[in-house]
Design a protein around this ligand. Structure first.
Ligand SMILES: [Cu+2]
Length: 347
C-alpha cells in the first residue's frame, strides 16, 4: 500500500514536472503561427488601412531614436542607418533576401509601436509596370506622394513632404528631404514576364541573383529612391513597399517546393572586394567614389558578416541583427513566413 502510494506520488511528481517542463519555453522554441497577418498589395487595401499605415509611418519618422546608431535622430533614421551599416554585406550576396525579410520585420515592429495593427503592405508592381507614375501608390492623399520636384527631387506632396532624413547620402549623415525620381520606361522591368523569368531559377544560389538583378534592381532604377543611393534608399518609405514585393517573390519561389526551399540557402555573405555591387563595374574601391567609405563609427557598428556561418558562405545559422531594435535572429528563423517567428502571408 505504502509502496504503491509512493509510486503513485512519484509518477505524479514526474508527471507534474514533465508538464511544467513542456509548458515552459525552452531555447529554440518558436511560437506557433495560427493566424498569420495578411500582407496585401497597396492597390487592394481599404482607405482606412492605408490611412492608418501612413499615420504610423509618420509617427515612426517623428519618434526619437531609442537605439544608438551613427547619426540616427529618429526611429526612421535607425532603419536607414541599419541599412547603411549593412550595405556592403546584404547586396549582391546570398544574405540579400533573408536580411531584407528581417529588415521588413524590424520596420513592422516600429509601426506596431506606433499603433499600426494590420499586415505590412507590398506593391504588386507588375500591375503598374511601364506606368509606375500613375500607380495609386503615389496618391497625395492615400499614398506616398508623387514624383520628386526641383533640383533635389524632393517629394512635394502627400504625408512625407516635410520629413527630414538624417542618414546618407552614401556613408555620410546629412539632413535631406525624402526624394525620388520616377522613370516610367524603366518600370517595364517590373512586368510579369520579368518576374516569371527571375523565379524560373531552380536553386537558391541562382534565384537570389535572379531576383536581385531582375525586378529588384529594375524597381530601384525606376524609382531612384534617395537619389538612387544603394546605401540609404530606405529613406523613401516607398522602399518598404518595393521590398515587400521582393520578399513576396522569394516566398512565391519557396512555396513552389517547400520541402526543399524552406531550408535552401547559400551564396556569399559579404561582397567580394574585386566585384563590389554586381550592378556596378570596377569593384568596391572604384564604387566607393559614389558613396565614400563607412566612417570609423559605422565600421564599428557593422556586424561581422560571417557571424554564425563559420566561413564566407551564407548558412541557416547566419545571424541577422537590428542592433537591438528587435532581438537578433538567424536565417533559419525567417525562412518560413508562417514558421512562428514570422507569421504572415501574402494575399
Ligand atoms: Cu537593401
Amino acid at each position: 500500500m505504502g509502496i504503491l502510494f509512493g509510486k503513485f506520488l512519484l509518477s505524479a511528481i514526474i508527471g507534474l514536472a514533465g508538464f511544467q517542463v513542456s509548458a515552459l519555453p525552452t531555447p529554440g522554441d518558436t511560437p506557433k503561427c495560427t493566424t498569420p497577418t495578411k500582407r496585401m498589395s497597396w492597390h487592394d487595401m481599404t482607405d482606412d488601412a492605408k490611412k492608418s499605415y501612413l499615420a504610423a509611418e509618420q509617427c515612426v519618422m517623428s519618434s526619437p531614436a531609442t537605439v544608438k546608431l551613427p547619426g540616427a535622430k529618429t526611429k526612421w533614421d535607425q532603419l536607414v542607418s541599419l541599412h547603411q551599416i549593412h550595405a556592403l554585406q546584404i547586396h549582391s550576396t546570398g544574405t540579400f533576401l533573408p536580411y531584407h525579410r528581417y529588415f521588413l520585420h524590424t520596420h513592422e515592429f516600429l509601426l506596431n509601436e506606433c499603433g499600426y495593427k494590420g499586415g505590412l503592405p507590398y506593391w504588386d508592381e507588375p500591375r503598374d509596370a511601364g506606368k509606375f507614375s500613375s500607380s495609386p501608390v503615389f496618391s497625395p492623399t492615400l499614398g506616398f506622394g508623387g514624383d520628386g520636384k526641383g533640383a533635389k527631387n524632393c517629394v512635394a506632396d502627400g504625408p512625407f513632404s516635410n520629413v527630414t532624413v538624417n542618414i546618407g547620402p552614401g556613408f555620410t549623415t546629412q539632413p535631406r528631404c525624402v526624394n525620388r525620381k520616377i522613370t516610367n520606361f524603366l518600370s517595364s522591368l517590373s512586368a510579369k514576364a520579368q518576374v516569371t523569368a527571375a523565379l524560373n531559377y531552380s536553386t537558391y544560389d541562382t534565384v537570389w541573383n535572379g531576383i536581385y538583378s531582375g525586378p529588384h534592381l529594375g524597381g530601384h532604377m525606376a524609382l531612384s529612391m534617395m537619389n538612387g543611393d544603394s546605401i540609404t534608399s530606405p529613406g523613401d518609405p516607398v522602399f518598404f513597399l518595393h521590398h515587400g514585393f521582393v520578399d513576396k517573390m522569394w516566398w512565391d519561389w519557396q512555396a513552389q517546393n517547400p520541402s526543399k526551399r524552406l531550408t535552401e540557402i547559400g551564396g556569399p555573405n559579404a561582397q567580394d572586394p574585386a566585384i563590389g555591387f554586381t550592378e556596378f563595374p570596377g569593384g568596391m574601391e572604384v564604387e566607393s567614389q559614389m558613396w565614400g567609405h563607412p566612417t570609423a563609427e559605422m565600421a564599428a557598428a557593422a556586424p561581422d558578416p560571417h557571424a554564425g556561418d563559420k566561413g564566407n558562405v551564407t548558412t541557416l545559422g547566419h545571424v541577422l541583427t537590428s542592433k537591438g531594435i528587435i532581438p537578433d535572429a538567424t536565417i533559419a528563423d525567417i525562412m518560413d513566413i508562417k514558421g512562428g517567428y514570422l507569421c504572415y502571408d501574402y494575399v
